[in-house]
Design a protein around this ligand. Structure first.
Ligand code: TXA
Ligand code: MG
Length: 351
């Protein structure tokens, strides 16, 4: 299959509107279209068409028990695909939609089990991106979309990343440039008395608490206990993994830099090609290895935005080892570290 990459620069132009219409037609005919959202690129299919959803699993190599998020563009659509909308969920929707928040509801009959990985619940999100919203409307209103990477790879934050993973597997990629946030949406589940965060993201527990009161973190995410599984099926898989062995070093900056310098020196001595993930503040202090800055430590949004891209850049360079500073920054540090710890298989050196 030939994959067309269509650049969308201005939705007000006739040219771009035609491209969206064409993409919408592909979705309505049961095909796949990759598209930008404010978090990461998604791989879309008509969520109400079981055969279309199945194509997503095939294109990504995704386990069939890992459910998809249904993307909508208005609140009316939420009523159709869910059978119960808790008041707290309505409040969160009012504050954070369109935006990087996914909520889980009991599903209605309309949603096929192929889309929900066999579950009776459905994850729903209204993305805050003009191209995504236009595509949802053009494609029938309900677009199932996981991140548009091959299963197990870092999520794509640019159309080029999607093309590397999906070329020849899908008919169309809409290129809307680099995404704004760079890590996936926060997922909130309401099936427990106290709502639970199944995946941390740009919308923090504090922001949610301000609107609806108490919210908990899924114990499966935070406990270092292999018998307690995360509730979101996708969070149990090895994810976001670069090809190289990634090791995080955590502690005060000076010691971290010193430790990484030692580790790189040792690794290179034994013939390993080595990468370092530092910050604008520290990059000049590293003495060897391929050194990349993830951004300024003062700008945690930039750290989130660059994370997956940097992991992919190191993949392209074929390094054997990556040593990285850790980023438990004040606001979205929890979301950033959740991804980094998974990418590192929880290998952390404390200094
Ligand atoms: O930011 C995002 O959410 C991006 C963009 C494209 O919208 N999408 C995304 O989808 O990250 P995906 O498929 O890569 O991750 C969805 C996560 C998985 O961990 C999945 O297991 C979980 O959501 N999930 C989906 N439906 C669920 C359900 N009914 N119950 C529990 N977890 C669910
Ligand atoms: Mg994903």
């Amino acid at each position: 299959m030939k994959t067309e990459v269509e650049k969308i620069t201005n939705l007000l132009t006739e040219e771009d509107r035609k491209k969206i219409e064409e993409a919408g037609r592909i979705l309505k005919d049961g095909g796949l279209v990759a598209f930008p959202t404010e978090t990461v690129y998604g791989l879309g299919a008509d969520a109400l068409n079981p055969e279309a959803s199945k194509k997503i699993y095939a294109a990504k190599g995704r386990p069939s028990d890992n459910p998809l998020i249904v993307h909508i563009s208005n609140m009316g659509a939420l009523e159709k695909i869910t059978s119960d909308i808790p008041e707290k969920a309505r409040k969160l929707a009012k504050h954070f939609w369109p935006g990087p928040l996914t909520m889980i509801f009991p599903k209605s009959e309309q949603v096929p089990l192929e889309t929900t990985g066999g579950l009776n619940t459905v994850a729903v999100r209204m993305p805050n991106h003009p191209i995504a919203l236009a595509l949802i409307d053009a494609g029938g209103g309900y677009i199932a979309a996981p991140s548009a990477n091959t299963s197990g790879k870092p999520s794509p934050t640019k159309a080029e990343h999607v093309a590397l993973d999906m070329d020849g597997r899908i008919p169309m990629i809409l290129d809307g440039g680099a995404v704004g946030i760079g890590i996936e949406s926060t997922i909130v589940d309401f099936s427990t008395t106290i709502p639970m965060i199944l995946r941390p993201g740009y919308i923090t527990p504090e922001m949610i608490r301000e609107i609806i009161g108490e919210v908990r973190m899924d114990p499966g995410l935070v406990l270092d206990d292999p018998t307690v599984h995360p509730k979101a099926p996708g969070m149990k898989y090895k994810h976001y993994a670069p090809k190289a062995d990634l090791i995080l070093v955590d502690g005060v900056q000076e010691k971290v830099v010193e430790k990484i310098n030692d580790l790189v020196c040792e690794a290179e001595k034994s013939g390993k090609k080595t990468g370092v993930i530092g910050t604008d503040e520290t990059c000049g202090l590293y003495q060897a290895g391929v050194v990349k800055s993830i951004g300024s430590r003062e700008d945690e949004d930039a750290i989130a935005r660059h994370l997956y891209g940097i992991l992919r850049e190191f993949d392209d360079l074929n390094v054997d080892m990556i040593y990285s500073e850790s980023f438990s920054t004040p606001r979205i540090g929890q979301a950033i570290m959740n991804r980094m710890l998974k990418a590192a298989g929880h290998q952390v050196i404390e200094v």
